[in-house]
Design a protein. Structure first.
Length: 188
């Protein structure tokens, strides 16, 4: 089966399949970089997409941000192999340490739910944090498939993040569907 556009979202609670236009395929990866990588590889082999679109929720690092943001760059926030390589870099790895797309915001991706201040995130200029995008971008890059990502801010990456995320996990769907409509119009 082939598709022009494949959406990868961690959880159905973030984006309901039945809300999507006909002909748009979606796969749910589950939470975290390993789940996202495995799902992305399998979906690429199943659907042969020409473009991958990630939608998900995120915690904000910069207090002035809100709503739906298009991500332009993603880095790993949890790769910490110092002194072999600086934080964010995988030692002895020739693949990119960051992946670029068309948006304006920087996402720090990692396998932890951010619930407290992290100076490193601020020093890197990270706007939002998530748990899947770096893996999705890396797999898309490896398969030479363009990717885009939209993140809906649910929380402030602080001690109340879990509660706020649970209350707002489904709030970004309508904003994303509007962005998806614009993206699909760009194909015409």
């Amino acid at each position: 089966m082939k598709t022009e556009l494949l959406i990868i979202t961690a959880l159905e609670s973030e984006l309901k399949r039945e809300s999507l236009p006909r002909g748009v395929e979606i796969v749910y990866s589950g939470v975290g970089k390993i789940n996202a990588a495995m799902t992305c590889i399998k979906a690429i082999h199943q659907y042969s997409p020409k473009r991958i679109l990630n939608f998900g929720t995120a915690g904000k690092i910069k207090p002035e941000l809100s709503g739906l943001l298009e991500i332009g760059k993603v880095i790993q926030r949890d790769m910490d192999a110092e002194p072999l390589a600086p934080r964010g870099s995988t030692p002895f790895c020739t693949r990119p340490q960051e992946y670029l797309s068309t948006g304006n915001f920087l996402c720090g991706s990692g396998d932890s739910f951010v619930t407290s201040h992290d100076s490193w995130l601020h020093n890197q200029g990270v706007d939002v944090v998530d748990m899947e995008l770096f893996a999705i971008a890396a797999i898309a890059h490896e398969h030479q498939i363009p990717w885009q990502s939209f993140k809906y801010i649910t929380d402030e990456a602080n001690e109340d993040s879990g509660e706020h995320w649970q209350a707002k996990v489904h709030h970004g769907q309508e904003l994303f569907l509007a962005a998806l409509s614009q993206a699909l119009a760009g194909y015409s």
